[in-house]
Design a protein around this ligand. Structure first.
Ligand SMILES: Nc1ncnc2c1ncn2[C@@H]1O[C@H](COP(=O)(O)OP(=O)(O)OP(=O)(O)O)[C@@H](O)[C@H]1O
Length: 255
């Protein structure tokens, strides 16, 4: 029986050690089901490590981490999570469709899945709006189009949870906006939970909910609106800076 609480991810005292460093320090947070949650914080604060822990690919994880009602890394979660890393594995010498055919064959092997595979590939290409480019070589696509191929790969298995590690990095503002619109459509149309990281603070305003991180800790877990209101700031970025200043002052006071 799956203990499902309305949270796609629940963490208590989550700690991760990488090499000699404690990278995540006793995190308590949850990610609501069917919403878009942003994981924001400066470079090196631990966003990718947290995403790897949720996707079940991070070693030395202690504390409690439940994903879709199961312990992170549980074998049944593999097909239910779409995880796009910062270095997406798209083959430049294959077309968009061939890339997806390849990953679909890994996900749904065997001749008896041939029709299901073909349907899943066509649907994923349509989802990310790449139908006009389906027969283009991935190596000839723009940065934004390549990001969408990675996203299409993650969508192949119709996951319940999409974990996207800085999917908009290096993209121009128009492409960033288009990708965020796509995330919102996926969440709204399918009830998919989306956890998306970024270190660009203006992207915070596009999320239903935010986890603000700094130095391996969660500084805030709230809606953008509540964060602005509580800190009496016009933007989430300024709210974040206030929280950082408050955390620094607290640290100084303890010394
Ligand atoms: N294999 C490793 N051994 C030791 N420390 C590591 C290792 N990998 C990452 N780290 C450290 O863990 C910390 C968190 O890294 P992580 O990649 O999770 O940060 P991030 O917030 O995703 O950064 P970015 O936005 O730059 O991708 C960093 O300080 C990094 O130097």
């Amino acid at each position: 029986m799956v203990n499902f609480t309305g949270h796609a991810v629940e963490a208590q005292d989550l700690t991760v050690v990488r090499g000699p460093r404690t990278v995540l320090r006793g995190l308590d947070f949850s990610v609501p089901t069917g919403r878009t949650t942003g994981l924001l914080g400066p470079s090196g604060c631990g966003k990718s490590t947290l995403m790897r822990a949720i996707a079940g690919t991070q070693a030395k994880v202690t504390g409690t981490l439940h994903v879709l009602g199961r312990p992170a890394g549980h074998p049944t979660l593999r097909a239910r999570i779409g995880y796009v890393t910062q270095a997406p594995s798209v083959y430049d010498d294959l077309t968009v469709r061939q890339n997806l055919d390849y990953f679909a064959a890994v996900l749904l092997p065997g001749r008896h899945h041939r029709d299901t595979r073909a349907e899943a590939v066509t649907r994923a290409i349509t989802d990310v709006d790449l139908t006009p480019h389906a027969d283009a070589l991935a190596g000839n696509l723009s940065g934004g189009q390549r990001s969408r191929v990675s996203l299409a790969v993650a969508l192949l298995g119709t996951p319940d949870l999409l974990v996207l590690d800085e999917p908009t990095v290096g993209l121009d503002p128009v492409l960033r906006r288009d990708l965020w619109d796509l995330f919102h459509h996926i969440a709204a149309d399918r009830g998919t939970t989306i956890l998306v990281s970024s270190h660009v603070m203006d992207e915070a305003e596009r999320c239903d909910r935010l986890l603000l991180m700094r130095d391996g800790r969660i500084l805030a877990d709230d809606t953008p609106e509540a964060l602005r209101r509580r800190n009496d700031t016009p933007t989430v970025e300024e709210a974040f800076l206030r929280l950082v200043d408050a955390a620094n002052a607290l640290q100084e006071g303890r010394r």
